[in-house]
Design a protein around this ligand. Structure first.
Ligand code: SAM
Ligand code: NAG
Ligand code: NAG
Length: 276
C-alpha cells in the first residue's frame, strides 16, 4: 500500500470513530489520488480490528520489524553483551490485534478523550505503541526500554511509521501527527515515581517482572491521575495493599488475549476518581 493510501485509510477510519463497525474494500472509488481506497459498511463488530491490522501490517511488513526480530535482538543483548540475566528482561510481545481489541474496549465501553498520552513501560521494539496509536488519536506516545539495542529497534520502527506519513485529523481542525518519544532507561530509576506528562493509558507487559520491578510499576500507577487506564499483562496492579487498604486502582475487566508466546490474561484497570 502506498503512503497516501495508508494516510487515507487512517483518516477515513478516524473520521468515523464511533462507527460500530467498518469493513475494508480495496475497490471502492471513494477517495482519489491513492492506490487504495476504502468503503465503510456496517457488517460486523469484529472487522474493525481487522482494518487496523491491515494498516499495521503495511507499515511493519519487513522481517526486521517483526516481533521475532525484536526477540532475537533481546536474546543477543542478554547473551552477548552480558546484561544481568534476570527474568525481568525476558522478551515477548502482545500482538497488535490484541492491542486493537483492548483499545476498542477502552473507547467504546469506557470512553477516551481525543488526544491524550499513551505509555508502555518496558516498550521493547515499540510495536504496542504503534498499534495503540492506530487505534486512537493520542497526541504523544512514550516508551521506556532498558535494553539499548531494543530501544534502537524502536527508533527504526519510528522511522518506518514516519515514512508512511500516518495522519490523524483533529475534529474540525488541521491534520495532526502523533509524537513518539522512546527513552532508553530503567523503570526503577524514574525519579519521583511519577510520569510526566501524565499518561491517559499505560501498558505494562509485566509477565516476567520480578517483585521489585513490579513494585515500582505499582507506585508509578498509584501516582497517576484519576481516570488513567492501565493495561496490565498477566500481573494486575494491586487494588488493596498489604495492610488491606485500597490503592485507588480498580479492575474493569480481565480477558485472555494472544501474545507472541501464547495466551495470557490482560487486566484492564483504572485509577479511581475517589479513594473509597
Ligand atoms: C515482555 S517485554 C514487552 C514488550 C512490549 N511492551 C510488548 O508488550 O509487546 C518486557 C520488556 O521490558 C523490558 N524491561 C525489563 N526491565 C526493565 C526496566 N527495569 N526498565 C525498562 N525496561 C525494562 C525488557 O527488556 C522487555 O523489552
Ligand atoms: C531479514 O531478511 C534478510 C534477507 O532475507 C536477512 O539477511 C536478514 O538476516 C533478516 N533479518 C532478520 C532480523 O531476520
Ligand atoms: C496501605 O495504604 C494506606 C492508605 O493509602 C497507607 O497509608 C499505608 O502506608 C499503606 N501500607 C503499605 C504497607 O503500603
Amino acid at each position: 500500500m502506498s503512503a497516501a493510501g495508508l494516510a487515507d485509510l487512517f483518516s477515513l477510519y478516524s473520521a468515523f470513530p464511533l462507527l460500530a463497525s467498518a469493513s475494508f474494500s480495496a475497490d471502492s472509488p471513494a477517495s482519489s489520488g491513492s492506490s487504495t481506497s476504502l468503503s465503510l459498511t456496517t457488517d460486523s463488530l469484529s472487522t474493525e480490528p481487522a482494518l487496523l491490522l491491515k494498516a499495521f501490517s503495511s507499515i511493519f511488513s519487513d522481517n526486521e520489524s517483526s516481533w521475532e526480530a525484536a526477540q532475537t535482538i533481546s536474546r543477543n543483548a542478554r547473551e552477548e553483551i552480558g546484561l544481568p540475566n534476570t527474568a525481568s528482561l525476558g522478551y515477548g510481545e502482545i500482538l497488535p490485534e490484541s492491542v486493537f481489541t483492548i483499545m476498542c474496549e477502552i473507547k467504546d465501553v469506557h470512553g477516551l478523550e481525543r488526544g491524550g498520552v499513551v505509555y508502555d513501560l518496558g516498550s521493547g521494539s515499540g510495536r504496542v505503541l504503534f498499534a495503540a496509536c492506530l487505534a486512537h488519536d493520542f497526541r504523544l506516545s512514550k516508551g521506556i526500554e532498558f535494553i539499548e539495542s531494543l530501544h534502537n529497534a524502536a527508533l527504526r520502527n519510528k522511522n518506518r511509521w514516519e515514512e508512511h506519513d500516518v495522519v490523524t485529523p483533529e475534529e474540525g481542525g488541521p491534520v495532526d501527527r502523533v509524537e513518539f518519544d522512546f527513552l532508553k532507561g530503567d523503570i526503577t530509576k524514574i525519579t519521583s515515581r511519577a510520569l510526566s506528562p501524565a499518561p491517559t493509558v499505560l501498558f505494562c507487559h509485566a509477565t516476567l517482572f520480578d517483585d521489585d520491578l513490579f513494585d515500582c510499576v505499582q507506585v508509578i500507577s498509584e501516582n497517576c491521575n484519576p481516570g488513567t487506564f492501565f493495561v496490565m499483562i498477566t500481573k494486575p496492579l494491586r487494588t488493596v495493599n498489604s495492610t488491606g487498604m485500597v490503592t485507588g486502582i480498580e479492575t474493569l475487566s480481565y480477558k485472555q488475549y494472544r501474545m507472541s508466546w501464547g495466551h495470557t490474561t490482560v487486566y484492564l484497570q483504572r485509577r479511581m476518581k475517589t479513594n473509597e
